[in-house]
Design a protein around this ligand. Structure first.
Ligand SMILES: Cc1cc2nc3c(=O)[nH]c(=O)nc-3n(C[C@H](O)[C@H](O)[C@H](O)COP(=O)(O)OP(=O)(O)OC[C@H]3O[C@@H](n4cnc5c(N)ncnc54)[C@H](O)[C@@H]3O)c2cc1C
Length: 413
């Protein structure tokens, strides 16, 4: 039977793009249908009045194993955060750097035995293989941390608020298996943002690929192993890859919905003359009664091109959905406190409420790496590997390789 394409990929997020790129480079004829007006999925950036606004605060880490294989790190020109935190406490704000080789800020401020246990844990992660970490007996991250480090201020004031912003859930129910892998990335690499914002990542994935590969503004409403209905028209392919967001993937395959964590990000501007001392640290609230924000940073301290000249951009996020005007006021005041700024000199540029940000990775967490479903439909998604840019890219690679193997074996040709 003659097909319209060798492979149809539904969705031009990182997972779909990674699949399409690998297959195209192997000489396979691919078509990507993307429902929105651009590529990147959850990794997109809006340009507003000279500011670059990532759709929700997120970071890339040079230690991402998949990123190393598929992306040109040099041309991403990653601007890195300093490792550590700017920490708001009840009566002071501290700037605490931390690395395996230099943890004196932590030793000076926190209980020495607890600091030692934390460093020991981090060192152990760096010498572990990711596949071994993924196989450990699984429990919640909160239980893991109090078990390893004890009940103390490092856990309550630093690790819990910091990790809530990484997992996008406040109770640290996230799996220890995923915690270990995330911390390993943090220790081995430095998180940051590309000099010209997060959408540099999808832009790089499509560089050099044929323009007709991706058809935007094309919503897929039905899928089977060899057909899709896109914008009301049926197309056929030897292989169909579902690379939409987890909720859509589940709906189109009539699978159970995947629990997703939510986040709200506010972008505020302030004039450079009101900025004060720069810091490349992520600010978190470790006080007894923390206010709304989970984390905040002056992103232009790290990557100046996020704002027009003489302006600074502050990115602040809170776990969950915060639609109200009151939340905007609280977020503004909290961000000002975290950065020792005057809220009257700050203005809201835009706010993003993202209900479907990250697949929850509660324990027991299994990185599902099987690319093909029983229906014969292939899946490429962070939810099919691990909730991160690295997970989306890995899922895309695994799916492309599964199809290439099939093609080489002569199946479906
Ligand atoms: C606010 C936020 C913060 C994050 N922080 C980090 C971080 O710091 N570090 C990190 O590593 N990861 C982070 N992530 C996670 C990371 O962005 C995702 O894991 C990854 O981008 C998921 O890629 P994906 O391709 O699996 O899915 P998606 O990005 O969801 O892509 C799916 C694509 O399919 C399209 N689509 C949907 N339905 C259809 C349809 N019916 N027909 C056609 N196309 C369709 C969508 O428009 C989209 O383009 C964050 C995510 C968010 C939202």
């Amino acid at each position: 039977m003659a097909h319209d394409f060798d492979v149809i990929v539904v969705g031009a997020g990182l997972a779909g793009l990674a699949t399409a790129r690998r297959l195209t480079q192997a000489g396979v004829q691919v078509k990507v249908f993307e429902s929105s007006d651009g590529v990147g999925g959850r990794v997109r950036t809006d340009r507003v009045d000279g500011f670059s606004l990532d759709r929700g605060f997120q970071l890339y880490n040079m230690a991402y194993s998949e990123g190393k294989q598929i992306l040109d790190h040099k041309s991403l020109n990653l601007k890195k955060f300093r490792k550590g935190v700017r920490l708001l406490l009840d009566d002071q704000i501290l700037e605490l750097g931390i690395s395996i080789s230099n943890s004196k800020d932590f030793y000076n401020h926190f209980d020495r035995a607890a600091t030692f246990k934390l460093i020991k844990y981090l060192v152990a992660l760096t010498v572990s293989k990711p596949e071994d970490l993924a196989r450990r007996a699984d429990i919640a991250s909160s239980t893991t941390l109090t078990g390893l480090i004890g009940r103390n201020e490092i856990v309550d004031q630093v690790l819990k608020p910091f990790l809530s912003g990484v997992f996008l859930e406040p109770n640290l129910n996230t799996s220890r298996r995923w915690l270990d892998q995330v911390l390993r990335f943090f220790v081995l690499g430095s998180p940051g943002v590309p000099a010209t914002a997060m959408d540099s990542i999808p832009k790089q994935l499509i560089r050099g690929l044929p323009q007709e590969l991706i058809q935007l503004n094309t919503e897929v409403t039905q899928v089977s192993a060899q057909t899709v209905i896109a914008n009301g028209r049926e197309y056929s392919a030897k292989y169909v890859v579902l690379g939409a967001d987890p909720a859509t993937n589940a709906r189109l395959t009539k699978a159970d919905a995947i629990k997703m964590n939510s986040v709200t990000t506010w972008y505020h501007a302030i004039s450079t003359r009101h900025r004060g001392t720069k810091t490349k640290l992520l600010a978190i609230d470790g006080s007894t009664n923390p206010s709304l924000l989970t984390n905040s940073c002056v992103i232009t301290d790290i990557a100046p091109s996020y704002a027009p000249k003489k302006m600074e951009l502050i990115s602040s996020s809170a776990v969950g959905i915060h639609e109200s005007d009151l939340s905007d006021k609280v977020a503004l005041d909290h961000a000002a406190t975290l950065h020792s700024l005057n809220p009257n000199q700050m203005s809201l540029i835009k706010k993003y409420v993202i209900s479907q940000a990250l697949p929850a990775a509660n324990s027991p967490f299994v990185s599902r790496t099987s690319a093909v479903q029983s229906s014969g439909i292939y899946l490429a998604s962070d939810s099919n590997h691990s909730p991160s840019i690295n997970g989306a890219l890995a899922s895309g690679r695994i799916t492309a390789d599964a199809i290439l193997n099939n093609i080489h074996r002569g199946n479906n040709s």
